[in-house]
Design a protein around this ligand. Sequence first.
Ligand code: PXP
Length: 250
Amino acid sequence: MNIRKSLRLGVNVDHVATIRNARGGTHPDPLKAAMLAIKAGADGITAHLREDRRHIHDDDILAIRETIDAPLNFEMAATEEMVSFALKIRPNAACIVPERREELTTEGGLAVIQQEENLKKLLKPLKLAGIRLSLFIEANLTDIDAAKRIGADIVELHTGRYCNNIPGRPAELLRLKRAAGHSLSNGIEAHAGHGLCFDTVSAIAAIPEMRELNIGHFLIGESVFCGLECSIKKMREKIDAARCQNMTAQ
Ligand code: PXP
């Protein structure tokens, strides 16, 4: 198997927009960053159009969609407004995330079970339009079962707990491994993301059932020191090395 193709890297460009918006101008441009990301070895682009438009704006998404051939993973809240927008731009995947105005970032996974019927109804037009449906969830088997009932093609497993809780990492890693295996055995593709950096990516990349990692904040932050192309290339190398080691160990 082609090791590189076995685990895709999606680069989240939200925080390029955060820097641009700090001054209200046009620099740095998330589209330019997305183009550079693909050149550096990313397989796709991820961007989150938040309800409050705090980073990515509507025009950023339109420009990325029009210019970049690589897949767009469009992160969105489960609202009528975002469903309409997604139907307009037709991304490769719509990744449904929980959104709270007061949070600094997406702090946890979707409460899937509590809003199962609502999600099923609201998201049906995306499925009918052929957009792959992804749900950003905690690594719980019951949430994966609910994701299947909703019709999700993908679950993106929230890696925040693994990244943020150093003593708890072995237990969190086990949870993520079990969840990735459970997803695959239910015909759902497993992705992961949130808080991944050079120190945390290898263990997650080595999970054989994992098919895509979405990484943003660390890559954009690291680019201050070595440039965006370099930070993405280094991340790609770490992912491929972990994947390679894992495959030769099997
Ligand atoms: N995946 C999803 C669904 C996200 O919402 C985010 C941003 O919170 C990421 C991946 C990327 O996380 P980070 O910016 O911490 O790498």
